[in-house]
Ligand binder design. Structure first.
Ligand SMILES: [Fe+2]
Length: 270
């Protein structure tokens, strides 16, 4: 078992099974689900890749210490975790399905989402398109690939569809902090056979392949996240702990307009 101190509460990873556990009765989660490779059919670079029952990733919804529950619900935020097992489907690194967020009620843009990597290394694929609900191929206006190591945090800007890829050798564990009112939209990513970039394993790391089911008006850009006091992001400081110190600071996850520029300013070109 590996203790994951970046969680901000006592949670350990069983590296053999990829499962999270806590020996503290105060720590709980609302729901747990495991996605198998059969459910990833149609989302992978290789349309012929066929394995039905290989574990792909786990989702733990609303992880909380009971004693801090109201601090989250008072500001309409939820703290979840995803665990992506190591490995590839053919040449392509394991990843999450990918989705967009629906607009904030009464607004023309969607909720942002904060992600912190707890263990391993992630590549966050973030794409802005012309219209994520249309039938024809989507046109990619901006494609950012954020390399994020354990202890680092990235914020997905409003309107950016996103998926997470495990580009490391080990198990990838990350958390997200998101509005409880944010709704995911999966259909257009499914129709496009995944996000606009596929990430292949190579001898020295990874390689980016454009998904031919999209039209591109830009080239993919690899970025790395920096600290951002305005967004409450500080390397190696658990987001859970930082949030509890100052919950009001994370109001931007429900009201992102004021900090729109900061979401991009904290991403540096690699
Ligand atoms: Fe999301």
């Amino acid at each position: 078992m590996k203790n994951l101190t970046l969680f901000g509460m006592p949670i350990a990873l069983d590296e053999k099974t990829g499962k999270l556990t806590s020996n503290e009765p105060d720590v709980c989660w609302e729901d747990y689900s495991r996605k198998y490779s059969g459910k990833m059919a149609g989302l992978l670079a290789d349309p012929d890749y066929k394995t039905e029952d290989e574990p792909y990733y786990d989702f733990y919804k609303a992880i909380v210490k009971n004693s801090t529950r109201s601090t989250f619900s008072d500001v309409d935020l939820r703290y979840d975790s995803t665990v992506i097992l190591p490995g590839t489907a053919g040449k392509e690194f394991k990843k999450t399905a990918g989705h967009f967020h629906l607009p904030i009620p009464g607004k023309s843009y969607s909720f942002p989402e904060l992600y912190q990597v707890i263990n391993g290394t992630a590549l966050f694929v973030m794409q802005r398109v012309d219209d994520y609900q249309k039938e024809e191929p989507m046109t990619v206006k901006d494609l950012l690939l954020a390399e994020v190591h354990a202890g680092e945090t990235v914020v997905i800007p409003p309107d950016y569809g996103h998926c997470t890829v495990n580009i490391g050798e080990g198990t990838l564990v990350f958390i997200n902090l998101v509005s409880v009112n944010s709704m995911n939209y999966y259909d257009s990513v499914k129709q496009s056979h995944g996000m606009s970039a596929y990430i292949y394993k190579t001898e020295n790391g990874y390689q980016i392949e454009k998904n031919p089911n999209y039209v591109f008006e830009c080239e993919p850009k690899v970025v790395v996240p920096a600290d951002s006091p305005k967004l409450g992001i500080s390397k190696d400081c658990p987001v859970y702990t930082e949030f509890l110190k100052n919950p009001a600071l994370y109001r931007y996850l429900n009201e992102p307009e004021e900090l729109q520029e900061e979401f991009f300013a904290m991403l540096k070109e690699k």
